[in-house]
Design a protein around this ligand. Structure first.
Ligand code: 7PM
Length: 278
């Protein structure tokens, strides 16, 4: 299966890597080192060399406890970076945003996928995504970034997330977004306890039932730190690789990661085995 991302193909016949490119000054992963288009492009180029199949550009920090950023600031951050990647690199670009206006402008600048942690629940987002006519990742989040980690609660997390997916897919189709254009993401760390995150990863295969590609973002997240004696982000690579491998084995199509080279190598091994597992 090859997804058409505004004219650029994304091959999902084997597990692939989405490289994270934060263009936020407060981004934990790059310490704000890549704020202008030049540095961001440099980092994107490196991720593509290391085997990333798509680059996810985000200008609004969605981390637990984060405040939103103003629209104009988000546009100033992401648009030049999307244009630069579009003109210099061959891979599709995804825009990590929940704002309808940013979705429209990003796709106009060349973005080939919309990655929305709100699952297109924001004002005007369904219509913007329908008009954009690019693939959309619908992520599950309980609550809102500022408060979501206070007291996450589910009847049963795996079935609750599966029901959320069903509802959002229905809303998308009703809004004119073809089902074939959708990806689903359980949203690790977004309104979830460690136990919730682990159950979701263990039962990820259940979330494949709608038959849509799954995107998974676990890279360097606190669930990895929590399992490693509260390891800081710079010591979460090996745990993140283990989680990426387990997600791919359970059917994840796209792994959203910071450490592209190591993840690509791990997934090559997974793909070789999966091809012989039927
Ligand atoms: C601080 C903490 C900064 C956490 C950023 C984050 C996902 C996403 C993010 C995900 C999809 C991160 C998160 N996570 N989009 N955006 N899935 N689709 O670790 O899991 O990058 S922000």
């Amino acid at each position: 299966m090859i997804l058409d991302c505004a004219g650029r193909g994304l091959d999902l016949t084997r597990p692939q890597v989405m490289g994270i490119l934060n263009v936020t000054p407060d981004s934990f992963s790059d310490g704000g080192c890549f704020t202008g288009p030049e540095r961001a492009l440099e980092r994107a180029r490196r991720m593509v060399e290391e085997g990333a199949a798509i680059i996810d550009v985000g200008g609004e920090s969605t981390r637990p406890g984060a405040q939103g950023v103003p629209l104009e600031q988000e546009l100033e951050r992401v648009i030049p970076v999307i244009e630069a990647i579009r003109s210099e690199l061959a891979v599709p670009v995804s825009i990590d945003t929940s704002k309808a206006h940013v979705m429209r402008e990003a796709v106009r600048a060349g973005a080939g996928m919309i990655n929305d942690v709100m699952g297109l629940r924001g004002e005007g987002a369904l219509q913007a995504a329908a008009d954009a006519a690019v693939p959309v990742c619908l992520m599950h989040m309980q609550g809102e970034p500022r408060t979501m980690q206070r007291a996450p609660s589910y009847r049963e997390v795996v079935t609750d997330v599966a029901e959320f997916f069903e509802q959002r897919v229905r809303a998308c189709v009703a809004a004119g977004i073809p089902r074939e254009r959708l990806l689903l993401d359980p949203g690790f760390g977004f309104g979830k306890s460690l136990e919730h995150n682990l159950r979701l990863l263990a039962h990820l295969d259940v979330l494949r039932r709608p038959g849509l590609p799954l995107l998974v973002g676990i890279s360097r997240k606190s669930m990895i730190g929590a399992l490693l004696n509260d390891a800081p982000v710079e010591r979460r690579l090996h745990g993140s690789l283990a989680a990426a491998v387990m997600a791919a084995e359970r059917g994840a199509a796209l792994l959203r990661v910071h450490d592209v080279g190591p993840t690509v190598e791990a997934l090559k091994v997974v793909a070789a085995v999966l091809m012989r597992a039927g």
